[in-house]
Write a protein that binds this ligand. Structure first.
Ligand code: FES
Ligand SMILES: [Fe+2]
Length: 342
């Protein structure tokens, strides 16, 4: 990757919210998993009871990295350097060569939610507690459960030079569908609701037929819930039953990891391999379409304020204004700022 030719995102890479840092099955009981997000070395470890903890990686004693030789002992993690033990709250519970632990020092831990096979952490630069929840791809659409779908298909792309907000702005970007995803006609939005930390975007879209069809005759669409800037879940209707999760997490001040997950609905009464294979191929196609977006995002220069067509103004202004609440340092874009003052 030649960083010099790319464009560093002008938006803060330390937004507040829930962000995916792993998949649950990457951290089995007893595992210590290394990762870097928000410019910090972190570890995820799973206790004997199954409880998952995400904390900063460096031991508060003399600074050993717990991801290199730290190990899980029951419900605590033990440092490889001098054997100090830390619990899931980051508190020191044992110094092996002293009768009392150090009660004052604490490892920084992060609120964790495991949902839809993902591990999400709450990030807030000022350490404030979560003030909204992680969307659930089944419960929050209120209809089906994981049992109605084949297992999740995944895409993982590391350290791309893009910002989580690029991915969410895609949701109000009606014009790109025709050009990036070759939809026959431009989709039409039926809902834009940016009143809360969760925002809702619904649109009518088809991937079939030709450009002579009218949008009024299209009987398919997508509903999306954005849970802050880090997570977007979608449900499709009127087409092959699919749900997706896109999750974008800043790694440092230039790059983000992108995870994308697809669930394809099972066909009632059809448990055969051929049906499962067809579902897998369709899931691959949904992932392929997402990589078309990634190709644009990972090379784009964020345009702010952007040159917008008249019909684009409302959606982009609404989402950029909504996004500002997740930037404690106020870096949310001048278009959003203008919208707030205007
Ligand atoms: S550095 Fe961790 S116990 Fe000493
Ligand atoms: Fe797209």
């Amino acid at each position: 990757m030649i960083l010099g030719v790319m464009a560093k995102p002008p938006l803060s890479m330390k937004p507040t919210g829930w962000f995916q840092v792993a998949w649950s099955d990457e951290v089995a009981v007893g595992d210590v998993h290394r990762m870097k997000y928000f410019d910090r070395e972190m570890i995820a470890w799973r206790a004997q009871s199954g409880q998952l903890t995400v904390m900063d990686a460096y031991c508060e004693h003399l600074g050993a990295h717990l991801g290199f030789g730290g190990h899980v002992v029951g419900e605590v993690i033990q440092c490889p350097f001098h054997g100090w033990q830390w619990n899931h709250e980051g508190r020191n519970v044992c110094i092996p060569y002293q009768d009392r632990p150090n009660r004052g020092r604490r490892m920084r831990t992060y609120p964790v939610v495991e949902r839809n096979a993902s591990v999400y952490i709450w990030h807030d630069a000022e350490g404030r507690a979560p003030h909204f929840d992680v969307p659930d791809i089944f419960a929050d659409f209120g209809d089906k459960t994981a049992a109605d779908y084949y297992p999740q298909q995944r895409l993982f792309r590391e350290q791309l030079e893009l910002h989580p907000q690029y991915v969410l702005e895609n949701g109000v970007d009606f014009a790109h569908f025709k050009f990036v995803h070759q939809t026959p006609i431009v989709p039409v939005f039926t809902r834009h609701d940016f009143g809360e930390p969760w925002s809702y975007v619904d649109f009518t879209i088809t991937f079939e037929g030709d450009d002579a069809q009218k949008i009024e005759d299209v009987n398919s669409g997508v509903e999306a819930i954005n849970g802050g800037l880090g997570i977007a879940v979608t449900k499709s209707w009127g087409m092959i039953d699919n749900r997706t999760i896109s999750a974008v997490t800043p790694v440092d001040d230039r790059t983000s990891d992108v995870r994308f997950m697809v669930y394809i609905g099972r066909t009632p009464g059809r448990d055969d391999q051929k049906t499962a294979d067809r579902a897998r191929l369709f899931g691959d196609e949904v992932i392929r379409q997402f990589t078309q977006d990634i190709h644009i995002w990972s090379h784009q220069r964020y345009s702010d304020p952007p040159a917008l067509a008249t019909a684009e103004y409302e959606g982009f202004t609404a989402i950029r204004k909504w996004a500002m609440q997740f930037y404690p340092d106020g870096l949310g874009g001048s278009a959003a700022d203008l919208a707030t003052r205007g």
